[in-house]
Design a protein around this ligand. Structure first.
Ligand code: SF4
Ligand code: SF4
Ligand code: SF4
Length: 328
């Protein structure tokens, strides 16, 4: 488990470097189990930094959101590094963005956190609704989460609150980091593609029924896109009017087009952080789509996203022995 004292010390040291502009991490929210992104511009700001199993957000979205704004005429980009606190999946997102030339490794200082899995905010809010004050969660050595609410201690089996995607995580330790806080975690026992395997056992008709039921609920809020560290196109195809690939009308046909298009755009790029699924207000099982595509890419092309900054992006590369028998 990461010691907050150690995290704060590392953030203080990092933000005090001359070549670092600021450090992005987590801080406590104002109510319930909410966690906010924290930005430290000075060693003093680092004091509010914090880490617990509640820190599910993938902070790899921020360097692009914050640093890729259009510059005014005469303005020059500041070439200082940004520090970011990264779990395994956040580190993989940064690797993937570097592969795609969205960032250079020199742009960032990665403060790695070996991860024991994070709590799904929806699961914990359902179990303990309407908390008006911030409630922190600790993890003990018996695979339990411990919460103190109103003077009462609650022990909850970890499995009940753990984010589904963490149950199949193969990379809890950041594959890329500059500073690692704490000891590397043991690899989990991945369930890996079990949700996809279950779906694949159904007939095509049943599968269609399943997705129809979910896609008709999509309200096209685009929370999935906004939370995703790899959805960083300047103009999303869903927003284009000329040509208009997807209509803005919210109905089963257009919702299906949106969700399938997004899954394809993440092929060989999605690093399985689960942020899209956790952010969806109508609980569409988006990771089943993403994992299906991940499985296809793995089985057909032996490719895994977000592991090597030097590797060519999956959709931007070609090998003479790539399978092509599915092209008719
Ligand atoms: S997907 Fe892996 S690295 Fe990411 S939060 Fe879950 S366990 Fe941690
Ligand atoms: S977050 Fe859910 S409801 Fe919103 S656009 Fe994405 S899939 Fe649709
Ligand atoms: S598609 Fe979902 S799981 Fe994949 S990188 Fe984006 S937010 Fe993470």
């Amino acid at each position: 488990m990461v010691e907050n004292k150690e995290l704060i010390k590392v953030v203080e040291e990092t933000v005090s470097r001359d070549d670092v502009k600021y450090v992005i991490g987590y801080k406590r929210g104002t109510y319930g189990f909410q966690i906010k992104p924290a930005f430290a511009y000075s060693a003093e700001d680092a004091k509010e930094f914090f880490y617990s199993p509640l820190c599910s957000k993938n902070l790899a979205t921020y360097p692009l959101l914050e640093e890729k704004l259009p510059l005014r005429r005469g303005e020059e980009a500041e070439h200082k590094k940004i520090g970011i606190v990264v779990k395994g999946c956040d580190s993989r997102a940064i690797i993937q963005i570097i592969q795609e030339k969205g960032l250079e490794k020199e742009d960032v200082v990665l403060i790695g956190i070996p991860c024991k899995g994070v709590i799904d905010p929806k699961k914990i809010a359902k179990r303990f609704p309407k908390q008006s004050k911030f409630v922190d969660v600790e993890e003990n050595n018996n695979d339990e989460y411990i919460l103190e609410i109103g003077g009462t201690s609650h022990k909850i089996p970890k499995d009940e609150l753990l984010s589904d995607v963490c149950k199949s995580c193969e990379y809890p330790n950041p594959p890329l980091y500059d500073i690692l806080i704490g000891e590397a975690e043991e690899e989990f026992q991945p369930e890996h593609f079990n949700r996809v395997d279950e779906l694949e056992e159904k007939t095509i008709e049943k599968r269609w029924e399943y997705w129809e039921k979910h896609f008709q609920n999509c309200i096209r809020c685009y929370a999935c896109r906004e939370a995703c560290p790899l959805c960083y196109c300047k103009t999303c195809m869903a927003d284009l009017l000329e040509p208009q690939w997807i209509r803005r009308s919210v109905n089963l046909s257009e919702n299906t087009a949106w969700n399938v298009m997004r899954a394809f755009h993440l092929a060989g790029r999605c690093i399985s952080c689960g942020e899209c699924e956790r952010s969806c207000p109508v609980n569409i099982p988006l990771m089943e789509l993403n994992k299906f595509v991940e499985k296809e890419v793995k089985e057909m092309f032996d490719y895994t996203a977000g592991l090597d900054t030097e590797e060519k992006p999956f959709l931007g590369s070609f090998r003479p022995d790539d399978p092509e028998d599915f092209i008719s």
